[in-house]
Write a protein that binds this ligand. Sequence first.
Ligand code: C2E
Ligand code: CA
Ligand code: CA
Ligand code: CA
Length: 277
Amino acid sequence: SKEVAGGSYHFYDEKIGKRTIQNVKYENALYRALERDEFTLYYQPQIDYCNNRLFGVEALIRWNHPEEGLVPPDIFIPLAEQTGLIVPIGEWVLREAVFQLEKWHDLGFTDLIMAVNLSAAQFEQGNLHRSVKQVLAETGIRPDHLHLELTENQIMRNTDLAISTMNKLKELGVQLDIDDFGTGYSSLSYLQRFPISTLKIDRTFIRDILHDEDDRALTDTIITMAKNMGLEVIAEGVETVEQADHLVSRNCTLMQGYYFSPPIPARKLESDFLTNK
Ligand code: C2E
Ligand code: CA
Ligand code: CA
Ligand code: CA
């Protein structure tokens, strides 16, 4: 089920039976997936629409199951959370993503930033900042080129712990982004307590932005207040030029979505986006 502020919806109710069988099937395979090297990262471009510039990428994990093919993260991330496997998997993602960023910096794209998703368990586990510090030291990547994405609900679970963990990460110099913003339980004024740099507006608000007045008003409010708080804003799930143009007219120029590119393998990102240096 997916929780949304003001009520909770159970998108998957009718599928629960099916998902449970699937879970049992995947669980054993998931245990071996790391050692069998079955995970890979795709990268989705983050674009500054004003100058049509790639400024960053978000790393998104894919599981190449030997029999089933690509298993989407919405299926195996929750399973990995339940089994605790998300911690070593998340560690792998962090290292793989930062090492990939080092390669791209070495190709001359030295401004590129990398955004990495953190799971709740990874975030609440004591030595996250040590892992982050270590991979930055190993690669020489400047800390502010690494963005770590957290959802509102992740930071609202235990706000004191979240603030102290975030402060430790912030001391390293990495940037903290709030993912899926607008779908959780925090408020913008509350967010001032957290050392964050960017809000990512959830794609459910962008989807109907041209036709739904509530979504448009909410998006406007998020953009305006974020700017007033000195935060960057990225709109997620931009699928059409009309959505992109509307966002620009509202002063939001940083975007991510299928209109620009779906998540793609590293080689394809290089051939499609990293050619002019
Ligand atoms: P997310 O972090 O919100 O990632 C964005 C998701 O939206 C991605 O799905 C992406 O493919 C999809 N998306 C991007 N642009 C568009 C668009 O224009 N339209 C639509 N309809 N969708 C778009 P994906 O890759 O399947 O990932 C789903 C979720 O799985 C992610 O949501 C994130 O919560 C989780 N996830 C993915 N990789 C990782 C990871 O390495 N670690 C952790 N902890 N979670 C991950
Ligand atoms: Ca994300
Ligand atoms: Ca280096
Ligand atoms: Ca998101």
